[in-house]
Design a protein around this ligand. Structure first.
Ligand SMILES: Nc1ncnc2c1ncn2[C@@H]1O[C@H](COP(=O)(O)OP(=O)(O)OP(=O)(O)O)[C@@H](O)[C@H]1O
Length: 839
């Protein structure tokens, strides 16, 4: 942040000169002193209505400061280097070196010096009030947004608290624009609430005038259920401290302390005073209201009203006072005594249960950091009926198993609803684990499925857990959240990222982001693996580059993937890491390249058309067979497979600039069990063909991970690659042969080279297995070596034949299974039987 240096140099050199220059340019709208709000008065000729002001608040921060900025332009000879980002007019506090924050008065950005002794407390505070944007090693960037401030209010902070703590941590006085932004965004949050009582939805507020205003609104007014009383009044429930299972303290007040926990469970900062804990405690009284007023709305009007209220600057808060819910039966569930949740899991839950009620929202934790246990603990806290939505029936089974592992729930109280299983729980209340598609599916259903849906839609649920919340399309959430009546919703994800703009829909369909963990911090503490990331630059061979220059963009991509130098790099890295004892996954979105690479290298591969039985066989071998250490995987490995642990990833082809895919793939190695071994690192390589468009996509893809603090090393030469025995494509003849093969492929239909994962998502869920229906649909487009060779006059037949599929080898050897595998199969069969008996 350029302002940093400028501001400090002003203070250390000539503080007066810095500020004096502002005063020397007086005029209308010119700031008279730092932090003065006078300039705003001259700007606002007509006071805006509060609601409009709220909606525009984000914009106004920039507008006023742009004026302020233009007034101070040209102050000194260095100013022009910083353009609009020259904030040297802000005065530094005398003890600024002891304070860790810089605040950008224009855009609400906050920079945290992560090396400051106060950094961990400041980070704690910032993740509550702002959105983390980027967290590399030394400087972290956060953004104040209306949604982040909404989330802050929903955990019990008020604008005074937020401004007060910011001021304590900031090197400069909190600029007026930021103060106004915070107050403007937060003063009406939480004034209007959406509550579910006896399966009916109500809009509730402690201010009857607020409700009258909503009823007068042309959109909201008509959505009140006709024939109900205009406004009903009841006494507001009182709240007390809440203890989250698996922790020792009340939620939202303190971190769990070390006690008798294993070392890894400790939070290094657990004993530091919580910077805003006292604020929460002070505020408890404010939350107790004397009376609440409400009117009933139609169930299908919930989304429209939420959207309209947002437009009016009155975002609807969804809170569930589960401890005072006598209408719904209690569920017998608690964490097992051995279950000890980690400090970041507790922190995320404390954002959800901060004031003793359950708030709907999103919790973002890296892959392998234990989102499942967070969901289970939330269920153990609420102790009411729970419905869990997963992306595939495979994760449905896993969720149920995890519930049985971590909690004392009676197996009869947790049932699954998939295409194969339509069981209900036996008691008054319980847990249902299902998939998005089973619930959102439209059209005619089987008798059993319809009966199950009637059961799900006719009752009130305490909690809905939405797993992998970023994956499912927004229309599916709409359907799910509108037909299932639930008091609270918890969305879980590792990457709150979509390349389209649909992610913001989650803000009102589910709730604000309640917590986002710091990946690097978790890696340092051993909760996820440390990963070395590298981008390997592979020069294009002359013959491939010549073709590359004449082709259109679709065809170019195949040339950069099939670049012989990339192939060699892949071969070398596989060899290197197999010798180190790593388990390697090679990702290729392009199915043609996937097969070519895997067959040439004699490795197993899985893609959309691989049958379910073959997938299982391959995965099992990859996990337990010491001769199968490398697996080639298509896009389906991103979301639809439960992959065994790997310690090295190599990416040869990917989905253009998708940041989410990059992060998801990295996530595959984060749960490496050896992560706490001394000096252990997992490896993530992205192979990129030099001087091609792939390089542009690659840097775009890395943006999210770089923001999480990962540093990608660039490798321009792999030491020792030339001396690798049997290195492929070392002669011009071999390279030309490969090029010829690729060119023939380009002349055929290449449209099926990339699997459509959206399509896959739907079908995976619908049939509950993920593979068969896809196979059927794609069969017609399947190409064979024979047809290609026919086109080429049979020249390539030899090439294909000498590269026998390793997949088939595994199949052949099935009968010769070792004693180890026989034992493994027997154990798995036993587990399956035990699980069926639980039903
Ligand atoms: N508090 C804890 N104590 C001990 N083990 C834990 C804890 N939390 C999570 N784990 C373990 O960490 C592993 C990863 O957990 P989980 O599968 O829930 O991760 P995830 O965040 O859902 O990952 P993904 O996004 O890849 O699905 C599991 O083996 C789980 O049992």
């Amino acid at each position: 942040m350029p302002a940093k240096r400028k501001a400090s140099s002003n203070v250390k050199g000539d503080t007066k000169a810095g500020r004096g220059s502002i005063a020397s340019t007086p005029g209308p709208g010119t700031p008279r002193s730092i932090g003065s709000s006078d300039e705003y008065e001259s700007e606002e000729t007509e006071p805006e209505s509060e609601t409009v002001k709220n909606v525009k608040a984000n914009l106004t921060v920039g507008k006023y400061q742009a004026k302020k900025q233009s007034a101070v332009q040209g102050r000194d000879s260095a100013s022009h280097w910083f353009g609009n980002n020259d904030f040297s007019y802000l005065s530094l506090k005398p003890d600024h070196e002891n304070r860790p924050l810089w605040i950008d008065p224009q855009k609400g950005r906050i920079i945290l010096e992560s090396f400051s002794p106060l950094a961990s407390q400041a980070q704690d505070f910032l993740t509550t009030v702002a959105e983390p944007q980027s967290r590399p090693q030394f400087l972290h960037e956060y953004s104040l947004t209306p949604h982040s401030l909404y989330a802050a209010v929903s955990v019990g902070l008020d604008p005074r608290d937020i401004i007060g703590v910011l001021d304590r941590l900031s090197k400069v006085p909190v600029p007026d624009s930021i103060r106004e932004f915070i107050t403007g965004c937060t003063h009406s949050y939480g004034k209007v609430k959406l509550v579910l009582k006896h399966t009916k939805h109500y809009i509730e507020s402690s201010d009857p005038e607020m409700l009258q205003r909503l009823l007068r609104d042309e959109i909201i007014g008509p959505l009140r259920v006709q024939g109900t009383e205009d406004i009903t009044t009841t006494a507001a429930p009182k709240m007390g401290a809440l203890v989250i299972p698996g922790t020792k303290n009340a939620a939202g007040v303190q971190q769990a302390t070390a006690g008798d926990k294993p070392k890894v469970q400790e939070d290094e900062n657990a004993n530091e005073p919580d910077i805003y804990a006292t604020l929460n405690e002070d505020d408890d009284d404010d939350d107790v209201e004397d009376a609440v007023h409400a009117f009933q709305i139609a169930d299908d009007a919930v989304e429209t009203i939420q959207k309209r209220c947002l437009e009016l600057g009155l975002p609807v808060l969804e809170e569930y006072d589960f401890r005072n819910d006598d209408a719904n039966a209690n569920l017998e569930i608690d964490l097992k005594p051995a279950a000890q949740i980690r400090h970041y899991q507790e922190k995320s839950l404390s954002k959800m249960f901060g004031n003793g009620r359950a708030k709907s929202g999103l919790i973002v934790l890296p892959c392998g950091a234990g989102k499942t246990l967070v969901g289970i603990t939330a269920a153990c806290t609420i102790k009411k009926g729970v419905i869990i939505l997963c992306t595939s029936s495979m994760s449905v089974v896993q969720w149920r198993q995890e519930f049985l592992k971590w909690s004392n729930i009676n197996p009869n109280d947790i049932a699954v609803f998939t295409s194969d299983n339509k069981e209900k729980f036996t008691g008054n209340t319980g847990i249902i684990v299902t998939t998005y598609n089973m619930v959102a599916q439209k059209g005619k259903r089987s008798y059993d499925s319809q009966k199950m849906m009637d059961f799900l839609t006719s009752r009130e649920w305490g909690l809905m857990i939405l797993d992998e919340v970023h994956v499912a399309p927004a229309h599916m959430f709409r359907r799910v959240t509108s037909i299932i009546k639930t008091h609270s919703k918890l969305g879980l994800t590792a990457t709150l990222l979509r390349e389209d703009d649909k992610i913001s829909d989650l803000n009102f369909l589910i709730g604000p982001k309640l917590y986002e963990a710091n990946w690097m911090e978790l890696a340092e503490q051993g909760h996820i693996a440390r990963v070395q990331c590298a981008e390997v630059w592979c020069p294009m061979t002359t013959e491939f580059y010549t073709e590359y220059l004449t082709k259109d963009s679709r065809q170019r991509s195949l040339l950069w993937i099939m670049n012989p130098r990339k192939f060699q790099a892949c071969q070398f890295l596989i060899d290197y890491h197999e010798k180190r004892g790593d388990k390697i996954i090679v990702f290729s979105d392009n199915v043609y390249a996937l097969q070519m690479y895997a067959q040439k290298l004699g490795k197993v591969f899985i893609y959309g058309e691989t049958s379910n039985a073959e997938r299982l066989r391959i995965l099992e071998n990859f996990q337990h067979n010491e001769n199968i250490n490398t697996l080639f995987l298509s896009k389906i490995g991103d979301t639809s497979l439960d992959l065994p642990e790997a310690t090295c990833l190599i990416q040869i082809s990917s989905h253009f600039g998708s940041r989410r895919q990059e992060a998801q793939r990295l996530g595959r190695i984060l749960r490496a069990k050896r992560r706490n071994d001394e000096g252990f690192n997992a490896f993530f390589y992205s192979l990129v063909s030099k001087d091609t468009t792939e390089m542009v996509y690659s840097s775009k893809r890395q943006a999210f991970l770089v923001d999480q603090g990962y540093a990608f090393k660039v490798i321009t030469h792999l030491q020792g690659i030339e001396s690798l025995p049997d290195l492929a494509f070392t002669t011009p003849v071999e390279r030309r042969e490969l090029l010829q093969h690729v060119m023939i492929h380009l002349e055929t239909d290449i449209s099926n080279d990339y699997e459509n994962t959206d399509d896959l998502f739907h079908r995976v869920d619908r049939d509950g297995t993920g593979s068969k229906s896809l196979m059927k649909k794609k069969k017609g487009a399947r190409r064979t070596a024979g047809t290609l060779s026919d086109l080429a006059g049979g020249q390539d037949m030899a090439y294909m034949e000498q590269n026998r599929s390793r997949n088939k080898d595994l199949k052949k050897k099935k009968g010769e299974s070792s004693a180890f595998f026989k034992k493994l199969h027997r154990e798995q069969a036993k587990k399956r039987d035990a699980w069926k008996n639980d039903e």
